[in-house]
Design a protein around this ligand. Sequence first.
Ligand code: NAP
Length: 257
Amino acid sequence: MDLFDLTGKVAVITGASSGLGADAARAYAAQGADVALLARRKEKLDNIVKEIESTGRKAIAVQCDVSNEENVKQAVEKVLSHYGKIDILLNNAGVAFAGSVENMTVEQWDTAMNVNVKGVFLMSKYIVPHMKEHKYGKIVNVASVNAIIADKPEPLVRHAYNASKSAVVGLTIGMATSLAQYGITVNAVGPGLFKSEMTEDTLFKEESFLKMYNALCPASRPGNKGELNGPILFLSSDASSYTTGQFITVDGGMTRV
Ligand SMILES: NC(=O)c1ccc[n+]([C@@H]2O[C@H](COP(=O)([O-])OP(=O)(O)OC[C@H]3O[C@@H](n4cnc5c(N)ncnc54)[C@H](OP(=O)(O)O)[C@@H]3O)[C@@H](O)[C@H]2O)c1
């Protein structure tokens, strides 16, 4: 028995138009799942869907702003009418802004909270009832090491991001405790530094930050493309049937020193 096999499962991935979400969608499909890719940029989603279909797997693109309740409701209905079920939800959509409490705007704070936290809430709100009915579900929330540690030097501090990702971990714990009795596991991953649209022009451009990261990180480097997929597949498959409410950092040991 392959505990990591996802044949016959349907996975919904938010923030699948780039970076870690697009990589996870490819990984789910490679493990046998049918995938639904959600994000706002439809053209980008369509390209990744085509790429996945060319490997012989099923994929659909659904335009959705995860911070908008009506968008989320319609997206979930679309996935359910297309595939008939949802087994896996990867809440990966996220945004990050530099800014401390003194200098960020209220709009930036609201956007971080609306996408990073309310997005997880809304996607779960509309998918959990379906999972409960089927007595099966795997929910994986992409938080960050920034849920438990902060960035420095000063221009890189991201207080709204810290707060939002800590909230994701708290929500994960609460949901896991309530939903275990329905055969639904809820876990979170906390990536360290990975190259993506979010980081390539910011953290990766800041030499002092990269130097500090590599010096502090026991693995002495950022994560490579694909290195988040293993923990995501574990938490999305029957390999993690008795694992719930956990927050697994994927950071080369960064948060253990
Ligand atoms: N890269 C890292 O070092 C790192 C570290 C820790 C945690 N993370 C987390 O990993 C997740 C993925 O980030 P990434 O690094 O892969 O960055 P990315 O390439 O910028 O991906 C972010 C994704 O979120 C989507 N998104 C943003 N706002 C959205 C909204 N309102 N509705 C729906 N989708 C939205 C974007 O798609 P559209 O613009 O098309 O909507 C995009 O697909 C995020 O939650 C991030 O916080 C990343």
